[in-house]
Design a protein around this ligand. Structure first.
Ligand code: NOJ
Length: 740
């Protein structure tokens, strides 16, 4: 009885300390605080400490706490499927989800990902990714995330996290912060100015926190000379206080360097609990954390806070209610005792299909109708003859590219290659298919010479730095197609006047050589489509569906035009500041080959009318900090509306995009920045309304002096269009200061 009373009292005090109300987090915190009372000290330390590398079935595992029925938590990659397990669905990569610009598909993908993770007993799925954001076009892991634009990335983070957590798995937003390259990632310091940090790199994590993400992973690199996982500035101050994050921060695998400093800086869980050696070394927490508490270097309250955060996240997504047991082991082939794949192939196909970007289409080359003969060329047209999973963590570029390499992968249950799908289709259209499935130019030319049309497949791969593929240590050495793809296309274009090029790539590929070939009538970007690659592609090539993807990053005419690139150094000063990708191209008047937001369709769209209704007060956003930031920041201050008509003859989808230019009273800013988008599916002659809701954040810049998001005084420029360069409607609105 006395114990119960003490518990209630302790909980009540803690409730006051955490300022609890009745939101999802508040209820979760109440449960967590109650559970905390029942835990002994060993259990508490165990909840925050990984059981060491390969010490459990998942890539990360913590210790169970029997007194509260808390399991050994299973933390498992990846952002595109459950890694090291089978059967699972191999979803399109994040970059393809971004390229759909379709909120519903982003959510559906997240929900399906989460359902598989939960089905297999995974408690925490290590994704989605908003860092790297992709400022370096050759950054090895850019494809794990959604877009180089923080707004698009932020929306995708939010939808994905909601989908995952609605399915019951805890999401993990990673990598926090400034993890923009693979070279020297474990030693480099990302020195980011405060404004760029907020407006670019922090922005999508704000969406993640707003979506109540359960956990965040701090990155390997240093930020402004301090290890990310022991930086008070970015963990306690930025993530927890400024963004109001209520879940827990785990270290990237072996990204922790200290026992005390990391604990005091705001780290809540160490992963995997040791380094990667066997027997495991460098155990910073576990018994060492207890010692630090005993000698007073880490207060007991800090440990209690770590535990409370971890338990609250567990309760938040109801994992205390009959959660499945882990049904596979990462270390013995991953065969699961259950099949969780359900009908998720349909989601894969939709995302893969609607992320395909038609870059060029002349003389109606696409869609293919009933070609008498079709040459299908390139090693990228077929599945790796050794099988789609032949290379561990997909660390090779043999056969068609459908995901990059590294920890951000999953095993293919099957992979439908382009040739396979084209063959199936050609039976229906009576087309003779002439394959040449190597990258040999002579063989390619002889196949193409006798065909009416030739489809050439090229690719460009990258991944995580622990694997080197064809001389690329994670990051790409250049932005050219691999395996001499330019030469392959040239050889085909020399003998065939009707060439279609399909690109499977992790990021931008310089296409100038290909673009300059008059015989190349169409160019299609298919990204990293996952297991339904071929089926999604034929849906588009044969016009079953109009292509509707839009560029999630710019394709430049030459690599140097980006003004950024990964550095072979111990410091990256982020000198480009807020000017990355289209912000940089616009600012410097550079012509890209295919701009951010660009993508053609089989139909045409006309925009008409623009109504701008904005009533915002200039000045800083304040208010109580809610998950994401100060509450005012998310208040709606306006709507911009335009009409879009499908003026062509087939059904299709348009992504209407809203860009805003800040007034001149703001500090030096990009000419325009994405602040809204809407994808509209329209039948021929059907028109739809694109309505963009604006929040205070959308009109703000980060004021370094005030340390606040501020809406500047003056006239804002409004651009609505089909891409960042194809603006169809313009307007403006004025925000006055309080003194007017
Ligand atoms: C390191 C990677 O950076 C991270 O993304 C991944 O989740 C962990 N390894 C675990 O595999």
């Amino acid at each position: 009885m006395q114990h119960l009373l003490l518990c209630v009292l302790a909980t009540t005090t803690a409730v006051q300390a955490y300022g609890l109300g009745s939101s999802g987090w508040d209820v979760a915190y109440l449960k967590a605080l109650e559970a905390l009372q029942k835990l002994n000290q060993t259990e508490k330390v165990g909840i925050v400490t990984g059981v060491t590398w390969k010490g459990g079935p998942c890539v990360g595992n913590t210790y169970a706490a029997e007194s509260i029925g808390y399991p050994s938590l299973c933390l498992q990659d990846s952002p595109l499927g459950v890694r090291f397990a089978n059967p699972v669905t191999a979803f399109p990569a994040g970059i393809n989800a971004g390229a759909t610009w379709d909120r519903n598909l982003m959510y559906a993908r997240g929900a399906a990902l989460g359902a598989e993770a939960k089905g297999l007993g995974v408690n925490v799925q290590l994704g989605p990714v908003a860092g790297p954001l992709g400022k370096n076009p050759g950054g090895g892991r850019n494809w794990e995330g959604f877009s180089v634009d923080p707004y698009l990335s932020g929306v995708a983070m939010e939808e994905t996290i909601q989908g995952m957590q609605d399915s019951g798995v805890q999401a993990c937003a990673k990598h926090w912060l400034g993890n923009e390259q693979e070279h020297n990632r474990e030693t480099i310091s990302s020195n980011i100015d405060d404004r760029a940090a907020h407006e670019l790199y922090v922005w999508p994590f704000m969406n993640a926190v707003k979506a109540n993400v359960a956990s965040v992973m701090c990155s390997y690199n240093k930020v402004n000379e301090t290890w990310a996982c022991e930086s008070h500035a970015i963990l306690n101050k930025l993530m927890k206080s400024e963004l109001g994050f209520r879940g827990y921060i785990m270290s990237d695998w072996n990204a922790q360097h200290t026992t005390v400093k990391s604990a005091l800086a705001g780290l809540d869980m160490t992963m995997p609990g040791s380094d990667f050696s066997s027997p495991p070394g460098s155990i910073f927490w576990g018994p060492n954390l207890q010692k630090a508490i005993d000698n007073g270097s880490v207060p007991q309250s800090r440990l209690d806070d770590m535990v409370t955060r971890i338990l609250a996240a567990w309760y938040l997504v109801d994992q205390d209610e009959e959660y499945p047991e882990v049904s596979f082991s990462s270390w013995n082939g991953g065969k699961a005792s259950v099949d969780v794949t359900d009908d998720h192939a349909a989601v894969v196909r939709s995302v893969a299909r609607d992320s395909i970007i038609l870059l060029k289409n002349e003389e109606g080359a696409l869609p293919l109708r009933r070609p008498r003969s079709l040459a299908v060329i390139g090693s990228d047209a077929i599945v790796n003859p050794d099988g789609p999973n032949a290379c561990s963590d997909r660390g090779c570029d043999n056969g068609t590219l459908a995901m990059g390499w590294g920890s951000g992968t999953a095993q293919f249950p099957y992979l439908i290659g382009p040739l396979h799908a084209i063959l199936a289709q050609s039976e229906r259209t009576g087309t003779q298919v002439i394959p040449s499935t190597t990258d040999d130019t002579a063989a390619a030319a002889s196949a193409a010479a006798v065909a009416e049309t030739a489809v050439v497949f090229i690719n460009s791969d990258s991944g995580e730095g622990f694997i080197t593929v064809e001389g690329n240590k994670g990051d790409r050495n250049n932005l050219d197609p691999w395996h001499d793809g330019n030469k392959l296309v040239q050889a085909v274009a020399a003998v065939n006047k009707n060439v279609i090029v399909v690109v499977h790539s992790v990021g931008p590929v310089i296409l100038e050589t290909i673009f300059a070939e008059p015989s190349v009538k169409a160019i299609v970007w298919a990204g990293l489509p996952g297991q339904e690659s071929g089926s999604a592609l034929t849906d588009v090539l044969y016009g079953k569906v109009s292509p509707s993807g839009k560029r999630p990053y710019t394709i430049a005419k030459q690599r140097s035009d980006y003004g950024t690139g990964w550095v072979n150094a111990e410091v990256d000063d982020f000198k480009e500041s807020i000017f990355i990708d289209y912000r940089h191209f616009d600012e410097n008047g550079l012509m890209p080959r295919y701009e951010f937001g660009f993508g053609l369709s089989y139909t045409t769209f006309e925009y008409s009318g623009i109504s701008i209704l904005v009533s915002a007060r200039a000045g800083p956003s304040t208010g109580k900090v809610i998950p994401g930031g100060p509450s005012e920041l998310f208040e709606r201050v306006g709507t911009i509306i335009t009409h879009v008509l499908n003026s062509g003859s087939v059904a299709g989808a348009e992504v209407a995009q809203l860009y805003i230019g800040l007034p001149y009273s703001a500090p030096w800013s990009p000419p325009k920045q994405l602040r809204g988008f809407q994808k509209l599916w329209l039948q021929p002659m059907q028109s739809g309304v694109a309505a963009f809701a604006l929040t205070r954040r959308d009109l703000s810049y980060w004021d370094v002096k005030m340390q606040k998001w501020v809406i500047p005084v003056g006239t804002f420029r409004v651009y609505v269009g089909s891409s960042s360069r194809d603006i169809r409607q313009e307007g403006s609105f004025t925000v006055r200061g309080r003194w007017f």
